[in-house]
Design a protein. Sequence first.
Length: 202
Amino acid sequence: MLYPYLLYTIICDMNFFELVKLRRSCRKYLSRQVEKEKIDKCLEAAFQAPSALNSQPWKFYVATGPTRDKLAEIIKKYPLYIADLFSDFPELKDEEKQKEIAEFAENLGNAPVIIIMTMTETPNHYVRKMHLIACGAALENFWLAATAMGLGSVCLTSATFIEEELQEFLNIKGEELVTILLLGYPETMEKPKKRYKKVVFL
């Protein structure tokens, strides 16, 4: 007979691995608004992420309504800088792919919630890496929580090209832009993509 806590652990593990595989990027959203309680739960999950010396370097700016629309007008400019990524992501040279990105950027897939994630600025190269690792963990926690509640999300890493405009709009000082998250109820979800197991056992 399994002890109750062992049985609970097994169930949680099964659900967790299913959840990880369910997580997808969402680039098309329903017009339905996201309940604040669900946004709060996603953020609470993010806040549980580990960080060096419990520094918790992250900060989240959550925009809905008119503020969301103003931010979208700034963020929609990011495809103008796609060419800067060609050397590392040659697939972006494809004209159809560029058209797809431009169409999505026009209104960010109608996502009702835009979240700007920043972290504490530091001149120390090593500490910056520590902060980025912590923020990556927080980001994944947020995304998994959203998936668990039937929400869709996507991470706009290319938006770092417009960091200065975003900082000015939000009057941000002493913080570095990490990424932009979109959140909403999905209209469609991307199909699973092949995952590569890059592992070296020593």
